[in-house]
Structures are given as structure tokens and as C-alpha cells.
Design a protein around this ligand. Structure first.
Ligand code: MV4
Length: 473
């Protein structure tokens, strides 16, 4: 777009590619984010000093902070995102639900006002039945949620949810929803300009999650019909209209087995998984965000948009899938990206760099496009195989496993996918070498046992753990 860029960075990030890539870069403080990336006033001061016109907040840190958006605007700069009012309204799940309610958007049965008493909760559950979820209005992404299975637990769980919400968000407002078991997580990407025009860029399915961390995202979903997609798109635009939204945003829904869908919340930022939408629509979402922020009208209508092929993204995180997805730190001793038609890598590191402990463990996003879901899936598996990462453990092997699981291949999965199918030993792939080594060892053991030497062997005789397949790869 011919726009010059200024990057702000913390001391921990001084060697990162984004710092090199920007036209200018300014250090805003030491590694901890509360002394750097969360200091809105400092970032605004740097923008003014360097003569920037606008600030893009990315997708972490201050990207959904209404106070920051307002401060940017008050400083005479452009915030590349929605108005601070829209961020604030959607930041409260209750006010988001109230706004959506006015447009008749379907929601899970429950309450749309802060829970005032145990008696009120008892009345509500008479209608919904159990299980229910108690959610914090200020929560999101699974924080401050509690499942209640029976009336006897109700009082205690409400009290715990309220005190959790108070300490985590400084707001103890909670509400009740009927608990939808085994839902799919499907979200609609929307764009709105500052002249009241809106389009939806179809859906992304993000049901492969662990502890509310998404690991695989795809577009389109493998389960939606054109009619359900259109209905969800219309509802997503209603939610956007309800808060006079502009910019790029995402409206989150739960979808049950009968393809009933329920509005959950709206994310008022560009999301990590936006590349899958870019690949199926041909649009550059950041470019659209900038055009909208400049006050330009959307240059296309809903009828101009269609889904082209299929895209799947794997988040490549410095985590050990075999060890409870525990974050791993260390040096990227080897780092070679996969390439080729339909393969995209959005990453932030280079070979030889250390993965810092301070921020999110995501080091890259690996995205594949194909003419259909199977081609995208096979291409992503091929790209995972070509990705060379040594020095840290990543979610790459998990991705290869997940993409080949029958439930994923058939599109028959929900948010319980990982819990239902994944065990740490799922990644112990038997190889030709392993089979050969096992055969040699078996013959040796047999010979030694036959000659009475078995007792001298380590761990012999009592279990089949004498050689782990993983050790033989
Ligand atoms: C739910 C739900 C079931 N029923 N609400 C989790 C994150 C937050 N955005 C909403 N979440 C859920 N809300 C009702 N009424 C189940 C979840 C949920 C979930 C949702 C999407 C993807 C993964 C999830 C994992 C556990 C729970």
C-alpha cells in the first residue's frame, strides 16, 4: 500500500524479524509486557514522535482494549479497528447478548442480565434443566466459566464464579446458559466500513482446541450447509449492526449436532486464524482494515464474494504435545520452512533465535490451501513433513496426527476432539526402522534367554516397555 511502518518492540524482541522488516523500530521497554507492549501511552507517544498516522494493534495485548482505542483517537491518531464504544459493548458478554437479542439472533437459553440471586438462578434452571454453565460477563475465551450439574451445587458454584470473576476482571457480573454438550465452534468473519456497509466472509471452524487454545482452524467448515451458512452470516451482520461495528470482526457461535447455532460473543480484533479466510476469499484482511480505517467504503458487495477451495491452518507452538502441551523454550537450532504451491507460513522467528519465555508460545502458523478439503489436508500434512525444526518441541507432530484422524478426515468432530482421541502415545508412530530394530532385539532376547542370560538384561521379563518406539525413530 506504500505505507511506511514503525515497529515498537520490547528488549526481548530486539532481534526479531518484524523489527528488521519495519522501516523504523523503537524499543518501548523491558521484556515483561506490563512494562512494554501493554503501555498504551508509551506506544502513542512513539507514534507521535515518529509522525505515524495510525496504529494497528495486532491481535494480542491492547487489541481489544477500549481505553487504548479511545486514547489513540484522542491523541489525533487513527486506531485501525472498531470504535472504542463497539469494543466496550462487545467486551461485556451481557451487553453483547442484549444487543444481539434485540435483533432476534439465536442464543443459548439462559439469562441476559446479571444474576441477582439464588432464587433467580433456581427459576432459570427450572426452564433450562441441567447441566448449565455460569459465565462471567467480563470473561471470554473460556475464562471464568463453571459447569453446574445439579441444583445442590448451584449456590456454591455461583459464589465461586462471582469471586473468580471479581478477582480476574474486577467485575463480578455472571449469567447462566444451558450447557451445550459437544458443540462445534464456528465463527463468522465480518467486515464493516464507516458508512454502514457490511459483508460476511463466511466461516472458520475452530473446534480443534485444547484448554481454549485453538490448534487447527479451517475454512469453510466441513459441516455447514449453504442455507445454515447464509443464516449464520445474516445473524453475524445483525450483531455487527447492533454495535455499529466497523473494521474486521468475528462473531462466535456454538453449533450443535442438528446444526442449530447460538451466538456466544464477538471478537473485536483481527484473529490469529484470519489467513484461512484470506485464502478462500482472495482478500487481504489487513489491507481491508487499513482501507476501512482511512474512511474508504468497502469496494465489494456480498454478491461479489464466494468461497474458493479450502484452507486449513495449524498453529505451530513451542509446546510438547506428548507432555500435556507444556510450553518449551530453547534455541531454534534448525529452522527450515516448507514451501510450494498452496503453502503459506506466517511466522516470527529465524534459525538460531531463542524462543523467549515472556510471550505466547506460538512461533508460526502453517496454512495450506487446496481446491477441496482433502487437497488442503494432504498438502498441510506434506508441509508439516517438510518443516524442519530442531532445538525445541512443537505441535507439528500433533498436527500430522490430527489431520489423519478418521474423525477429522470425515469431518465428524466437535470441541471434544482432542480429549476424546488424543493420548501422548498417539505420536509414537511405528516406523520401518522400529519394526526392524524390534525384530533384531527380539531375536537377541530370545537367544539370551535360551542361554540363561535373561536376568542380566535391564528390565527384562516383566513388561513390554523394554523399548519405547519413540526411542527408535
Ligand atoms: C459454551 C459451551 C457450551 N454451552 N456455552 C468456551 C469458550 C467461550 N468462548 C465459550 N465456551 C463455551 N461456551 C454453552 N452454553 C462450551 C464452550 C466450550 C468451548 C467452546 C468453543 C470451543 C471450545 C470449547 C471448549 C470447552 C467449552
Amino acid at each position: 500500500m506504500g505505507i511506511k511502518t514503525v515497529a515498537v518492540f520490547s528488549a526481548a524482541d530486539r532481534t526479531m524479524p518484524f523489527v528488521q522488516y519495519a522501516d523504523e523500530a523503537v524499543c518501548i521497554g523491558p521484556a515483561p509486557s506490563n512494562q512494554s507492549y501493554l503501555l498504551g501511552e508509551k506506544i502513542i507517544a512513539v507514534a507521535k514522535q515518529t509522525g505515524a498516522d495510525a496504529i494497528h494493534p495486532g491481535y494480542g495485548f491492547l487489541s481489544e482494549n477500549a481505553g487504548f482505542a479511545a486514547a489513540v483517537t484522542a491523541a489525533g491518531l487513527i486506531f485501525i479497528g472498531p470504535s472504542s464504544q463497539a469494543i466496550e459493548m462487545m467486551g461485556s458478554k451481557l451487553s453483547a447478548k442484549q444487543a444481539a437479542q434485540a435483533f432476534g439472533v439465536p442464543m443459548v437459553p439462559g439469562t441476559e442480565t446479571p444474576l441477582r440471586s439464588l432464587e433467580e438462578a433456581q427459576e432459570v434452571v427450572k426452564k433450562t434443566g441441567f447441566p448449565i454453565l455460569i459465565k462471567a460477563s467480563a470473561g471470554g475465551g473460556g475464562k471464568g466459566m463453571r459447569v453446574v450439574n445439579a441444583e445442590s451445587e448451584l449456590a456454591e458454584q455461583i459464589a465461586m464464579a462471582k469471586s473468580e470473576a471479581k478477582s480476574a476482571f474486577g467485575d463480578d457480573a455472571v449469567f447462566i446458559e444451558k450447557y451445550v454438550t459437544a458443540p462445534r465452534h464456528i465463527e463468522i468473519q465480518v467486515l464493516g466500513d464507516q458508512h454502514g456497509h457490511y459483508v460476511y466472509l463466511f466461516e472458520r471452524e475452530c473446534s480443534v482446541q485444547r484448554r481454549h487454545q485453538k490448534l487447527i482452524e479451517e475454512a469453510p467448515s466441513s459441516c455447514l450447509t449453504p442455507a445454515v451458512r447464509a443464516a449464520m452470516g445474516k445473524c453475524a451482520l445483525d450483531v455487527a449492526r447492533a454495535c455499529q461495528y466497523y473494521g474486521a470482526g468475528t462473531v462466535e457461535f456454538l453449533v450443535d449436532e442438528q446444526l442449530n447455532f447460538y451466538f456466544l460473543e464477538m471478537n473485536t480484533r483481527l484473529q490469529v486464524e484470519h489467513p484461512v479466510t484470506e485464502l478462500i476469499t482472495g482478500l487481504d484482511l489487513v489491507k481491508e482494515q487499513i482501507r476501512i480505517a482511512r474512511g474508504e467504503a468497502l469496494s465489494f458487495h456480498q454478491e461479489d464474494l464466494s468461497i474458493s477451495g479450502h484452507a486449513i491452518e495449524l498453529r505451530v507452538c513451542a509446546e510438547d504435545p506428548a507432555n500435556n502441551f507444556l510450553p518449551d523454550t530453547g534455541r531454534l537450532e534448525t529452522y527450515v520452512r516448507p514451501q510450494g504451491y498452496g503453502v503459506r507460513v506466517d511466522d516470527g522467528y529465524e534459525e538460531g533465535m531463542d524462543i523467549p519465555i515472556y510471550y505466547d508460545p506460538m512461533i508460526a502458523k502453517l496454512i495450506a490451501w487446496g481446491k477441496d478439503r482433502d487437497e488442503a489436508r494432504e498438502r498441510l500434512i506434506r508441509a508439516i513433513g517438510e518443516y524442519q525444526v530442531k532445538g525445541i518441541t512443537t505441535t507439528l507432530p500433533f498436527g500430522a496426527w490430527a489431520l489423519q484422524q478418521p474423525a477429522f478426515v470425515n469431518g465428524q468432530f466437535d470441541t471434544g476432539f482432542i480429549g476424546k482421541y488424543f493420548t501422548p502415545d498417539a505420536l509414537d508412530v511405528p516406523s520401518a526402522n522400529a519394526a526392524q530394530a524390534a525384530a533384531i532385539l527380539a531375536v537377541q532376547l530370545w537367544q539370551q534367554q535360551a542361554s540363561g542370560a535373561a536376568a542380566a538384561l535391564p528390565n527384562s521379563g516383566h513388561n513390554s516397555n523394554w523399548v519405547k518406539r519413540r526411542d527408535l525413530r
